[in-house]
Design a protein around this ligand. Structure first.
Ligand code: NAP
Length: 245
């Protein structure tokens, strides 16, 4: 059988990049998508070094339904099928609810939730035809526990959980599993500018006493994408050092 094809959104940095590298090393043909990944020579070199000779980089803007159609259409055309979709790309626009601008609410919901759903719609017909597929949505501990100052982000991440459980019920009979990975506090660009005091407060709530790494999350995604996870669907896998149980 030819290699399975995995699309990873938000693959240019952080968790998405670690996931793209890990899936590539695990034998998947990886399609890496993000806003400007096609011109990212450093990323291309790292992918090739990680057994990723056949990888494809496609620019994708999740805020645009047209861009999602175009990027995944190109991936399907060049790779002929998509077996795994990892909806990883995400943004924050934090602020207290009372002052939150509609644009900040919209940007986060459109990117994190609408974008993921529209990407899923693009890959579903092929997965249903092949009677095999893995959809893995990257949520957050914030979607499970809530977080002051992040109503938009928490709503988008909780939305992904409801979406995934519903989809898992729709698609089980087609051999497609749908699962969620909910990371805790992970060392990436997204968390690097948090005030030191906030970082220490978060860390004090982590029983494993460290921040997670992008590789901690990539390992969970790789497992859910594998044949070993064939009987797991509709699950929310918390990878958070125990900060929320
Ligand atoms: P990150 O380092 O900030 O990287 C975000 C990625 O998303 C980048 O590749 C970026 O692409 C892409 N992206 C942003 N807007 C996009 C858009 N409109 N269209 C397409 N791609 C877009 O984030 P991260 O920390 O690795 O987080 C990855 C996922 O894990 C996110 O969904 C995040 O919510 C979730 N998560 C993170 C943490 C954490 O502590 N870091 C915790 C829980 C959950 P460009 O580089 O091209 O802009």
């Amino acid at each position: 059988m030819s290699k399975r094809v995995a699309v990873v959104t938000g693959a240019s940095r952080g968790i998405g990049k670690a996931t793209a590298l890990s899936l590539s090393r695990a034998g998947f043909d990886v399609v890496a998508a993000s806003t400007s990944i096609e011109s990212n020579a450093e990323f291309a070199a790292e992918m090739r070094a990680a057994d990723g000779e056949g990888f494809l980089a496609v620019n994708l803007d999740l805020r645009s339904p047209e861009s999602i159609k175009e990027a995944l259409g190109r991936a399907l055309k060049e790779k002929t099928r998509i077996d795994v979709l990892v909806n990883n790309a995400g943004i924050t626009r934090d602020g207290l609810a009372v002052r939150m601008k509609p644009a900040d609410w919209d940007a986060v919901l459109r990117t994190n939730l609408d974008g993921a759903f529209l990407a899923i719609q693009q890959v579903l017909p092929g997965m249903m035809r092949n009677r095999w597929g893995r959809i893995i949505n990257i949520s957050s501990v914030v979607g499970q526990a809530g977080s002051a100052g992040q109503v938009n982000y928490a709503a988008s991440k909780a939305g992904l959980i409801g979406l995934s459980k519903s989809l898992a019920q729709e698609l089980g009979s087609r051999g497609i599993t749908v699962n969620v990975v909910a990371p805790g506090y992970i060392a990436t660009d997204m968390t690097k500018d948090l005030p030191e005091e906030r970082k220490q407060k978060i860390l004090a709530a982590v029983p494993l006493e460290r921040m997670g790494t992008p590789e901690d999350i990539a390992a969970a995604v790789k497992f859910l994408a594998s044949d070993d996870a064939a009987y797991i669907t509709g699950h929310v896998l918390a990878v958070n050092g125990g900060m929320y149980m």
